[in-house]
Unconditional design. Sequence first.
Length: 420
Amino acid sequence: MDKKTKGSWLIHHTNKLHGVTNQSGYENTYLAGKAGILLSAISANKQITVNNDRLEVLAKAANINTTFELPKLVEVLQQQQLIDKSSSGIAVLGVTTATALQHTSDIFDSLTPSPTETATIALAERASLSPILADDVSEDLADMYKLAKPEISQLLSDAEQIGFVDTERLSKSETLLFNGNLFRRESTQKIKNVLDSLKENEQLILSDFTENLRKKACISVDAAKHFLGENLFQKVTAIGLFDISVVSNSTEDVGFLTLPSAFSKYSSSMVDDAFDLAKAFVSSVTYGMTKSAYERGQIQMVEALLSALVRGESVGPVRAIAQDYKVLELKGVVEVRHGTKKGRSGPMLRLLKKEVGELALQAINQGDVSEHSISSLPTAAVTLFKGPEANREIVRRRQTKMSPKATNDMLAVLRTGGGL
């Protein structure tokens, strides 16, 4: 497993650990993951200086406790020579999303993690390739990491309770493990296997919907439910066949679907969008194209806009910039400042993470992100973004409570189907 993939799993596990009250036994995972999350939030492609006020805001937005966690995380990043600290703030050396993940992996290794912590990463990786029986993977992990039977049992229990992997009971003696990254890579055969497990009418509906989604890049949840029907929608989103992202403002929350492999044309989607930055970027840009009025700065030529940002140019000034990109500001993707261009003054936008803009441009070029893509995005500025894994958890909990059998057949065929 390369460092970027390992770093992605550490971020994944840390986000899961954040949802439990006790991280006992996984302190190194949590510390390394939090350090990686902070590093991503404060970094840019070029060296950047972050003052203390901005550091606190970015940390809070990243769910980092500024009283107890932030000082320790800054200390860890300083020890790794990734930042220089002064009384007024910190200087961050040029760090991309990919290198942030590599540094996360290095930090984890430097903390001398336990075999169990390391094994949970291997478990998640294995469960993302195809669903696997718990008994089968237990033997492999025990041999690889020299874990005794009680340690393996505890590891699997922790993995299920914390959410490192998902579980489905096939019988009293068989438990199937998988996770939400199943369709982020090598997805063609897996999708075919899912289709083969469905009824003929469901196959046709899902095939038409998937093709429609490929063309449009993203489709609203309401439109998806109408197209697929509630039952089929719950089935396929519970296993991660589609990503659900949610954008919010002061009046409503609106969800939309994208393909998990939307950013994987050139590399691993799981690695590229480990921090959900690209999907947040696409959602904000789509809003600017579809719902922002012309007089306040509606995006007319999205490719030209993104290309200019990727080249390092500032765009604007228009009023919309000060309002519509708050999510991206809080994630450290863009910087908004007052500026002057062509005799006009006002809010200007600059891209801090070039690779995120490149991914957004790639997704938009691959699909038709137009006024037909998201018909019901909020009409006020987007102020919150909830990533796919958090939303899949909600759908999966609801689906599992209703009927565990609804996904069992699809998971089983993924495990036994050819080409995996």
